[in-house]
Design a protein around this ligand. Structure first.
Ligand code: ARG
Length: 599
């Protein structure tokens, strides 16, 4: 396809000297493979865009394709045989389809970042999987990616937790081994020290309403922690460990990994004083109310100043973010730093970015916040403070249970049923999350998440499994060609596939349904670029659905195994099957979804 793009661009550049040539993808394959919108060039030439398109269509010629005007667009329409050839070459070539060579750009993706002693909720899943997909796609497109988890392991909430532990756990339940008699009953699978920490947290917030002195106690404990009091430190590090055990179990289950899990908020403790000094030296530190210290941002249009130190000297979330940004500049010299954090923190990041720009213009344009909306369950909004949260592990388990019921009904003898159900259940939740990767809050309803025949992860996974079933029936080494040569790991963005030959006769791919599938496959590289540019996986999720649907059309309308009694037709169609399976599996993998071979 690159070859055709180049030829078309060259022809256009010849006819329109001095004009910038930017190509688009037409909305449907019937219109063509590449489109040149004539608006800009027509304006520069003082012409009507539709007329210019017509003139160019009459004048330009590209080998293997037709140049046609469609209103103000000039479309390049490949001959069916050429379309099949260029696409299969790209899909089955040496370079993973749509990927790019390393080009030295360094991108930090900061994601997940749950808080210690609070549970992992479905909201954290959004950050985790959006961030994971962003890390993957940037890697796939040749960036040097650094995956960070800004673990919430420091801050006044540890004062809360320490005070609560002292009050309600230390005497009776110091190892957090038993359930608290006063707490609501815990579902068996959630019983863990982390869950009990969480209950202490909830209890504290209920009690402080009645007894404001508790707040004072919590403040005092955080001060002791910041000053290095050994008892406070010991408990803190134990709370952290308890939490990480659970978080790591979830990361493993989701196939997510970080390059640095140790660089949480606590990592920046020693850098807070130098950070304040740096703000002071830059002349942007000011006195706020009650002895607090702030950076005023009115001059850059942000009415709320950035609070960097409390009146009692306690450090603040924002200060740790400023320290982290400075550290990352020094340690990674990044080109972009993407913060995958919910939309409720938009103001926070506006403030941080404004402070950084004041400190050093180097930061301008390098810091990106990619907000996402909260997940609503039909029961209502979630809040950790009250305790009515939906825990991620519960949601994942529920998805797996529901998928298992579907498998039991449709394919009860499926080998490795439990493993497949896990892939489909997680795939459903993660795909739903990606498809709705935007700032609007989303409502999670099981029907929309799981349906095998809807716009869901399992629908795409099903297309992949169906292809593998065709390939197995074809015999020879057909199925082998659609199997990775090794299990891909979370550290890699590429699913490794072996070299495979492209049939010399592709006439079997000239029918409409095969061409329609090729057209959707051609849209994947653009979708990857859109995904990286928009910092969300929606474009890829949509394109994978389009490919899966087009495959279904191809499968229903073009006989593959008994193709018109012709080995050449059969081989061409099987090669398209291999290419489609690989593309689907690679695309799902970038989003953090596995593709079973059978389901
Ligand atoms: N721990 C925070 C939370 O769960 C998110 C941290 C976001 N990252 C950052 N650099 N502030 O709300």
């Amino acid at each position: 396809m690159e070859r055709m793009k180049l030829a078309f661009t060259k022809a256009l550049a010849g006819a329109l000297p001095g004009q910038e040539i930017v190509l688009e993808r037409p909305r449907s394959g019937e219109m063509g493979d590449l489109a040149f919108p004539c608006f800009k060039a027509a304006k520069a030439l003082g012409q009507n865009p539709a007329q210019l398109a017509k003139d160019l269509a009459a004048k330009l010629a590209v080998d293997g394709a037709e140049v046609v005007a469609a209103g103000p667009y000039l479309n390049l329409k490949l001959q069916p045989a050429v379309r099949a050839r260029v696409l299969l070459e790209a899909l089955l070539g040496d370079r993973p389809y749509g990927s790019a060579e390393p080009h030295g750009e360094t991108v930090i993706v900061e994601y997940s970042s749950p808080n210690i002693a609070k549970l992992f909720t479905i909201g954290h899943l959004r950050s985790t999987m959006i961030g994971h997909a962003q890390a993957q796609v940037n890697k796939y497109l040749g960036c040097n990616v650094i995956r960070l988890n800004h673990l919430g392991d420091w801050g006044t909430q540890f004062g809360t937790l320490l005070a609560a532990y002292k009050h309600w756990a230390e005497a009776e339940n110091p190892a957090l081994e038993q359930d608290f008699p006063w707490a609501e009953e815990i579902p068996a699978k959630l019983r863990s020290p982390l869950y009990r920490l969480f209950q202490l947290y909830v209890r504290f917030h209920a009690a402080e309403e009645e007894d404001p002195a508790l707040r004072e106690e919590a403040r005092d404990w955080f001060r002791r922690l910041e000053e290095g009091d050994p008892e406070a430190r010991r408990l803190w590090s134990w709370f952290r460990e308890i939490s990480l055990q659970t978080f790591n179990r979830i990361y493993e289950r989701l196939g997510v990994a970080f390059d640095h899990l140790e660089m949480g908020e606590a990592f920046y403790q020693d850098r807070l004083a130098p950070t304040l000094k740096r703000l002071e030296d830059a002349g942007i530190l000011a006195e706020g109310q009650n002895g607090a210290r702030i950076v005023d941002l009115e001059d850059v249009g942000i009415a709320t100043p950035c609070l960097v130190q409390k009146g009692d000297g306690a450090s603040i979330y924002a200060t740790r973010d400023i320290a982290a940004a400075l550290y990352r500049q020094e340690a990674f010299a990044f080109d972009r730093c993407i913060y995958v954090v919910g939309a409720d923190q938009i103001l926070h990041f506006q403030q941080i970015f404004a402070v950084m720009n004041k400190l050093d213009p180097w930061f301008a344009g390098r810091m990106i916040h990619t907000p996402f909306g909260m997940v609503n369950l039909p029961e209502g909004k979630m809040s950790t403070r009250k305790g009515n949260v939906i825990f991620l592990e519960d949601v994942l388990d529920e998805a797996v249970v529901r998928v298992t019921a579907i498998i039991d009904e449709k394919n009860p003898d499926l080998p490795g049923k439990a493993r497949v159900a896990e892939m489909l259940g997680l795939g459903a939740v993660v795909f739903f999350n990606a498809l709705n990767d935007r700032v609007k809050p989303i409502t999670f309803t099981w029907d929309r998440v799981i349906a095998l025949d809807g716009d869901t992860g399992p629908y795409v996974q099903y297309a992949h499994a169906r292809i593998l079933s065709v390939l197995r029936k074809a015999g020879g080494d057909w199925a082998e060609r659609a199997r990775p040569t090794a299990e891909p790991t979370p550290a890699a963005a590429v699913v490794p596939y072996g070299a495979t030959l492209i049939p010399s006769d592709l006439a079997g791919l000239e029918d409409g349904p095969a061409q329609a599938l090729l057209f959707e496959l051609a849209g994947l590289p653009d979708a990857l670029r859109t995904m990286a540019r928009e910092n969300m996986a929606t474009a890829l999720a949509r394109q994978l659905l389009a490919v899966a649907k087009a495959f279904s059309g191809f499968y229903t309308n073009c006989p593959i195994l008994w193709a018109e009694n012709s080995d050449a037709v059969r081989d061409a169609r099987l090669a398209l099957c291999v290419a489609t399976a690989r593309a689907l599996r690679q695309g799902l993998f970038l989003m953090g979804i596995q593709a079973p071979e059978e389901m």
